[in-house]
Structures are given as structure tokens and as C-alpha cells.
Design a protein around this ligand. Structure first.
Ligand code: CP
Ligand code: NVA
Length: 302
């Protein structure tokens, strides 16, 4: 139905568009600091639909569109008719007839695809069980502004082959770097996606070997939203994949490490690394704001 651009995975943008978006995000960040941010989305309204919890995604989208001159609506699943079973396609037709852009965080990726297919305005994936592309825009911005272009670098993912890992796999294809996924058997990323990545992504069971010479180490929680009941069983199997000083010492001497947050100190990452003075994890979180402002500009002015 819709001819609009959507952002459901990183594959919805070209490599050039991703690089241009990162450059714009860095520019918007500087302008925000200087108090010279543009009112580029004056009067635009963003609807944000959440059926999962969020701190960073909600605050960054809501603050971001306000800073560009627009406004946002927060719609929780249980307070809308969506939560009472109104079809996604009907909700998409109605909501998109009243706002300029929609962001959705939910469980099934197919639900976001369904919404986008029936939306007359751009739709952004704010996290599904399968992908978290907005997070990786901020992560890439953080790498680019700290170390330069990521092309040709080695990135090591540690832990569960989850939604954030899948978006890093797409980033490896798009920006031409090597992603080594260190995970135990049973926690592999999607095999179809792995195959599509070709030489850009591989699985390594030994975390030390995976971290060897890496320019960036990335991890995430061991139990994602919706998997809380598996927390203890997952922790037992994933413990050897903790992001800690010993693994960082195997990486390149200028290696960065990232975590999308929220984190569990002492589980998937040590407190020492999260709280280190040179950690870029807080910069990474703040960059959600700037990267998504650039994303909304791109989708609304394309
Ligand atoms: N990283 C991230 O998406 O955080 P929230 O769940 O707080 O939005
Ligand atoms: N993998 C995590 C990311 C949270 C931002 C989850 O889906 O819960």
C-alpha cells in the first residue's frame, strides 16, 4: 500500500545512506551541543507503539523529534485497541492517517512488517525479537566518531545470537567488516541470515579465539525481553562468553567495547569494564538520540 521508506532492518538503507546518516548524526550532535539544532521536522508527529519495556528508545525518539520541532505520542500496547485484538492492518491504516511517522517496539518481527505494509507513512523498527537496527546505527556512530570507518575491521560479538547480534550481522554486510559471533551451541544467530552474510560473519565457539585481534567487542543481555524465565539456564551456558578484562586483553590494543544497555554487571559484562573511565558505553547510549534524529530526517525528507 505504501510507497514510503521504512526502516525495519539495516538492509532497508544502502551502504552510502548508512554512512551519510552517521555523518549527519555526528553533525546533529555537534549542533545540539552548540544550541544550533535545526527545526527540520517542524510540526511532524511521531507515534511510538511499545508492547515491550524501554528507557533509551522511548526517551531518545521522544526527545529527538521534539528537538527537531516535532512531537511524539507514546502508545502502550495494553492501552490501545491493538492490545484488545484490533487487527494490525486496521491499526496501521488509522494511525498512519493521523501522524507523519511511526516507531514500533514489539515481539514478532512479522507484526512490524505487517504494520509497515498497511501504513501510509514511514515505519521504524524500535526492536523486535529478530532485529534492533536503531541500536546499531548508534553503535556505528560511536565507532566512527571514536575510531573512524569500520570497514575492514574485525568485530567480535559475545553471547546470545539475538536481535542485536542479527543487526550487527546486517551491518557487517552493509559496511564490509568481519563479524565473529562467539556463542555456545544452541545460541547461534539465525542460520539463513548467517548464510546471507557470506564471508562477513562466522561462528566461533572459543571466545578467546573470537576476540583475538578484534577492533570492537560487543555483548548484550543473555535473556532478552520475553525470555526472563530462561535467565538461570542461559546464564549457566553463556558464562564463558562474559565480556571481561581477560578477553579485552586478547583484542587489538585500541579495541573498543560496547553494550546496548540495560546491562547486568557481573553477568554478560564485568562492572569494571562498564564503569571504566574510557568506556564508550554511555556515549553509545546517548548516540541513540542523534542517530535516530538523522534517521527520522532521512525517512521524512527522502
Ligand atoms: N538499548 C535499548 O534499546 O534500550 P531500551 O530497552 O531502554 O530502549
Ligand atoms: N536483546 C535485548 C536488547 C534490549 C535493548 C532484548 O531484546 O531484550
Amino acid at each position: 500500500m505504501s510507497a514510503h521508506r521504512h526502516f525495519l532492518t539495516l538492509m532497508d538503507l544502502s551502504s552510502d545512506e548508512i554512512r551519510a546518516l552517521i555523518a549527519r548524526a555526528i553533525e546533529l550532535k555537534a549542533q545540539h551541543r552548540a544550541g544550533t539544532a535545526p527545526r527540520s521536522l517542524e510540526g511532524k508527529v511521531l507515534a511510538m507503539i511499545f508492547t515491550k519495556a524501554s528507557t533509551r528508545t522511548r526517551v531518545s525518539f521522544e526527545a529527538g523529534i521534539a528537538q527537531l520541532g516535532g512531537s511524539a505520542l507514546f502508545l502502550s500496547g495494553q492501552d490501545t485497541q491493538l492490545g484488545r485484538g484490533e487487527p494490525i492492518e486496521d491499526s496501521a491504516r488509522v494511525i498512519s492517517s493521523m501522524v507523519d511517522i511511526v516507531m514500533i517496539r514489539t515481539f514478532a518481527h512479522a507484526d512490524v512488517e505487517d504494520f509497515a505494509a498497511h501504513s501510509s507513512v514511514p515505519v521504524i523498527n524500535g526492536l523486535t525479537d529478530d532485529y534492533h537496527p536503531c541500536q546499531i546505527l548508534a553503535d556505528l556512530q560511536t565507532y566512527f566518531e571514536t575510531r573512524g570507518d569500520i570497514s575492514g575491521r574485525k568485530v567480535c560479538w559475545l553471547g546470545d545470537g539475538n536481535n542485536v547480534c542479527h543487526s550487527w550481522m546486517n551491518a557487517a554486510r552493509q559496511l564490509d567488516f568481519e563479524l565473529v559471533v562467539a556463542c555456545p551451541e544452541g545460541y547461534d544467530p539465525d542460520p539463513t541470515l548467517l548464510e546471507a552474510c557470506g564471508q562477513h560473519a562466522s561462528i566461533e565457539r572459543d571466545p578467546s579465539a573470537a576476540a583475538e585481534g578484534a577492533h570492537l567487542l560487543v555483548t548484550d543481555v543473555w535473556a532478552s525481553m520475553g525470555q526472563e524465565s530462561e535467565q538461570a539456564a542461559r546464564a549457566a551456558v553463556l558464562a564463558p562468553y562474559q565480556l571481561n578484562r581477560a578477553l579485552l586483553d586478547r583484542a587489538s590494543s585500541d579495541a573498543l567495547y560496547m553494550h546496548c544497555l540495560p546491562a547486568h554487571r557481573g553477568e554478560e559484562i564485568t562492572a569494571e569494564l562498564i564503569d571504566a573511565p574510557d568506556s564508550v558505553i554511555w556515549q553509545e547510549a546517548e548516540n541513540r538520540l542523534h542517530a535516530q534524529k538523522a534517521l527520522m530526517e532521512l525517512l521524512l525528507t527522502a
